[in-house]
Design a binder for this molecule. Structure first.
Ligand code: SF4
Length: 502
């Protein structure tokens, strides 16, 4: 996905400042980029910490002033002593002070200077993200932000502390302008993800923005599909779900976390138990929404029965994609404070899969994670869940005219994708039988895109689980080993090699 935060900052910088936008997920910044710049502004999340440090090193080697903003530094500024300026918090008064400071001089301050936002820029004042600085056709999924913040207070989550509990909103006009800007590019991803912390954090606002999205889709021949993240109690919002179906929302990521009601209560996520979980998932499916689920293992409430309950949940829910992670304490969360008080925060350099000292033996927790991954992504089970989605979910989606999608580029991509899936999954894989069973189930109902989609996603998930079982994947995407692995993968792809040039 295009990095929304940096695109926003890029658009907010004074018009007289030339900006060169580099997304190192696409291609590394070159030595010429560093030479060209006066100041290097960086953003990233905790998982990208090694890459953030590396960019700082490359920028410093090129003699440039460095600035770091975004989610990771806002949560843990102490991790980044090497940057000249830190921008902590959201865009706001800190951004204005930073711009004034750099406008005055691009030379670094003698000691690190922190700018911390106390007054956030209201979302209606956000400029159009600088889509003109990137090529959207290089991304798999587009991103869009409608709101920021979440009213809940789940113990492990840093969103309320970072972005507030009162969701703040953009105007419908801003959202439409952003969609227009994406559509104006010759190539753009066909799926756009609302990156909002919780799409129904403000239910009234969600209800009000949806008719605008529907009108836009109708006007342009339904060129996009949407995805978002929301709390499971969205299942109680029939009107919102109906509108989401019409607007072409196809997927919703839900932090289910655990099927255990007592565990939900302990982590202050009771809102997930507002109605029976299976019923809620079925309701979302009835509106054509495929649920993707986040799951956490290593909770204080886990017992020897938790593994069995989670496996039963995976089978019964029919959810194909689940991100199963070990609990990790993030800075600025109630969980972090509690574990710190109890002396249960482990150092990053302990080499473990989590910084939490679990109540159950560490090896048992990690082994449980491996067995759950193996269960979830066993090809027979995975394709059975996809086949379930064909009738339970995909059949309930609204038929839309294809004219918005019939472009030469889209057709070419579909042919390439189809060829690769037939070759690698349908012919050469050792799970071709369950694939064809599920794919045929979809094809016989006219769901060609579902057959292709399940082949693509399953290929990735099965690869991931096989790597996990060989010990080549991490049990937490947030842990120190995961960050090191991210750094290694990044090194193998060659980016830091540029930094190491003489
Ligand atoms: S509902 Fe989601 S975004 Fe909101 S506090 Fe809980 S985990 Fe965080």
């Amino acid at each position: 996905m295009p990095p929304q935060g940096l695109l926003l900052i890029a658009a907010y910088l004074p018009a007289s400042w030339p900006v060169r936008f580099v997304d190192e997920n696409i291609a590394p910044a070159t030595a010429a980029d560093f030479r060209w710049a006066d100041v290097v502004l960086v953003s990233g999340m905790h998982i990208q910490a090694p890459q953030i440090h590396d960019i700082a090193q490359r920028a410093k080697a090129a003699g440039k002033t460095t600035v770091l903003g975004g989610a990771s530094v806002s949560g843990a500024p102490e991790l980044y002593p090497e940057f000249d300026y830190l921008h902590i918090g959201e865009i706001g008064d800190a951004t204005d002070r930073l711009i004034a400071c750099l406008d005055n001089s691009v030379a670094p301050a003698p000691a690190q200077t922190r700018f911390e936002t106390t007054e956030r820029l209201p979302l209606p004042s956000f400029p159009l993200p600088a889509y003109d600085l990137i090529r959207l056709d290089r991304y798999l999924i587009g991103s869009l932000q409608f709101s920021s913040g979440c009213p809940y207070r789940c113990e492990f989550c840093d969103i309320p502390a970072l972005y507030g509990r009162q969701p703040r909103l953009k105007t419908p006009e801003q959202i439409i302008a952003e969609l227009d800007a994406m559509l104006a590019q010759p190539g753009h991803p066909s799926v756009v993800y609302f990156v909002d912390d919780n799409f129904i954090g403000n239910r009234k606002a969600a209800r009000e923005i949806l008719p605008h999205l529907i009108n836009w889709q109708r006007k342009h021949g339904y060129p996009l599909q949407f995805a978002c993240e929301a709390t499971l109690n969205i299942a109680k919002q029939a009107e919102v779900l109906l509108l989401m179906r019409e607007a072409q929302f196809l997927t919703v990521f839900v932090g289910i976390e655990t099927p255990d009601a007592d565990a939900l209560k302990a982590m202050r996520k009771e809102h997930n138990a507002a109605l029976p979980m299976m019923e809620a998932i079925k309701t979302l499916n009835r509106y054509g929404l495929e649920v993707t689920s986040g799951i956490i293992l290593g909770l204080d409430t886990d017992t020897s029965d938790s593994e069995g309950r989670l496996k039963a949940f995976i089978d019964l829910s029919g959810i194909p994609i689940l991100t199963i992670n070990l609990l990790q304490a993030l800075p600025r969360t109630p969980l972090w404070d509690r574990l710190k008080r109890d002396g249960r925060l482990l150092a990053d350099d302990a080499g473990l899969e989590s910084n939490v000292q679990f109540l159950r033996p560490y090896d048992e927790v990690v082994d449980t994670w491996r067995r759950c991954i193996a269960h979830a992504y066993d090809p027979e089970r995975l394709f059975a869940r996809f086949a379930h989605q064909v009738d339970a979910t995909y059949a309930n989606r609204m038929d839309v005219p294809a004219r918005g999608k019939l472009t030469v580029r889209n057709l070419r991509e579909a042919v390439v994708l189809g060829f690769n899936i037939v070759l690698w999954v349908g012919l050469l894989s050792n799970y071709r039988r369950p694939f064809w069973r599920a794919a045929w189930h979809a094809l016989s109902r006219g769901q060609v895109d579902a057959a292709l989609g399940m082949g693509l996603v399953a290929y990735h998930l099965i690869q991931f689980s096989r790597e996990a079982l060989r010990g080549e994947q991490n049990a937490s995407f947030y842990s120190a080993p995961a960050r090191r692995r991210a750094a290694t993968a990044y090194t193998l792809e060659g980016a830091p090699a540029l930094g190491k040039q003489p």
